[in-house]
Design a protein around this ligand. Structure first.
Ligand code: PLP
Length: 405
């Protein structure tokens, strides 16, 4: 049996809708993208969502909208994908890394200690689909002592009057935090629709606006749409209207709009996301949980608490007491048996680019210890019960072989 790690969910319904977009005469940002934005906003129960061509672009556009630049600090977890910190560096600001807890989530005590007068944004990550501790993060940024240190440098920062909470929710579409979906929790939340994510448009992302008063999210929505398309006052669709050729460029923008071909995929998948996709992912999580939680060799991930419900993105199994090289060997042997496993993620301070900036994994001991024993198991809609049983069998057998347990 050959079990891939995370193939995209593509069926005839998606292919038909993509074909309809291709045949419609409008393939870039247009009616399907606008409808997808509306459906995502309804899904998250917020007013405005801006679709873009990746989560990375969405995060960077948001940081730039908030005026993040040289001299600013953005707090990020050490345990994440490079995109989270990379966008901060693109803006010329400094990613301040903090360690994570046993669920791989940003450690809120360490966030508090990392705040300086230069801190402008906290960028937590809902790793593998479990929402972060947002109430604690909001308590920190609203703490009068923290607020009084905040040094606003532009209109947006003055209006907010505190540190922005920008959620990297690349993994957590459909997850819940205290009865609200991600998208309606942080000030701004960014989803990814990259090919390996729960819902895919091949490449894509969405910026969910949940800013408090005095922000007018409709104005922010318009501003972000314009800055995602060269700062041009009219999008291409508006310009095609008879006589509508004249445009202005109101700011020096970027180019990261979503295409209608991509939105076509997302529209189909979103209509069945709650009914089909998440329940199947949950069943797979439950099966893995049942197989591994009673076995003392393993630690299973948290995917439901009284306050949180995961989007079941990645099942982060941990093998108690293994070294990093034993873990690598287990994954290698699993691959030989036809089971593709993975590691989510190599902590940023272990990667060459971040080492060269002076980050050192010794400063993030929990990120390292979680990483060293972690094995991500396959989870996707088309994974059959038989394949799930095979993943469990192979994982246990290879752990026995490598560890002699
Ligand atoms: C995938 C991912 C991103 C980036 O998403 P793109 O849409 O590929 O830009 C950001 N953060 C995390 C944690 C991710 O896993």
């Amino acid at each position: 049996m050959n079990i891939p790690f995370s193939p995209p969910h593509i069926d005839n319904a998606i292919i038909d809708e993509v074909a309809a977009a291709l045949r419609s005469g409008w393939i870039t940002t247009g009616p399907r993208t606008k409808l997808f934005e509306k459906k995502l906003a309804e899904y998250c129960n917020i007013q405005h969502v801006v679709c873009v061509n990746s989560a990375s672009a969405g995060l960077e556009l948001t940081l730039r909208w908030f005026g993040i630049g040289e001299g600013d600090e953005v707090i990020v977890p050490a345990y994440t994908y490079t995109a989270t910190a990379e966008v901060v560096i693109h803006c010329g600001a400094k990613p301040v890394m903090v360690d994570v807890d046993d669920n791989f989530l940003i450690n809120t005590d360490q966030v508090r200690r990392a705040i300086t007068p230069r801190t402008k944004v906290i960028l937590p990550v809902d790793i593998v689909g479990l929402p972060c501790d947002y109430d604690q993060l909001f308590d920190i940024v609203n703490d009068p002592a923290v607020k009084s240190q905040f040094q606003p440098a532009n209109d947006q920062q003055c209006s907010l009057g505190r540190i922005l909470i920008l959620s990297d929710a690349a993994h957590s579409l459909g997850a819940y935090y205290k009865g609200k979906r991600t998208g309606a929790v942080a000030d701004i939340t960014v989803f990814s629709f990259h090919a390996v994510k729960n819902l895919t448009t091949a490449e894509g992302g969405a910026i969910c606006l949940n800013l408090p008063t005095p922000f007018n999210t409709e104005d922010v929505y318009k501003e972000l749409c314009i800055s995602s398309l060269h700062g041009q006052s009219k999008d291409a669709l508006a310009k095609t209207k008879a006589g509508g050729w004249r445009y202005d460029v109101t700011s020096v923008g970027y180019k990261c709009n979503m295409t209608d071909v991509a939105a076509a995929m997302g529209l189909v998948e979103l209509t069945r996301y709650d009914q089909m996709i998440l329940p199947r992912r949950r069943e797979i999580f439950d099966a893995y949980n049942q197989a591994f939680s009673g076995d003392a060799r393993f630690k299973v991930p948290t995917y439901e608490t009284p306050d949180k419900r995961s989007s079941y993105h990645v099942f982060t199994l941990r093998v108690n007491g293994v070294t990093e090289s034993q873990r690598d060997e287990i994954i290698f042997k699993m691959a030989q048996q036809g089971v593709a496993a993975n590691v989510h993620f190599i902590p940023l301070p272990m990667l060459t680019a971040y080492k060269s900036f002076g980050y050192n994994i010794a400063d993030y001991p929990n990120a390292y210890s979680q990483y060293a024993c972690e094995i991500s198991l396959p989870v996707y809609f088309n994974l059959t019960d038989e394949q799930v049983a095979e993943v469990i069998r192979v994982t246990k057998a290879m752990v026995s072989e490598v560890c002699g347990l």
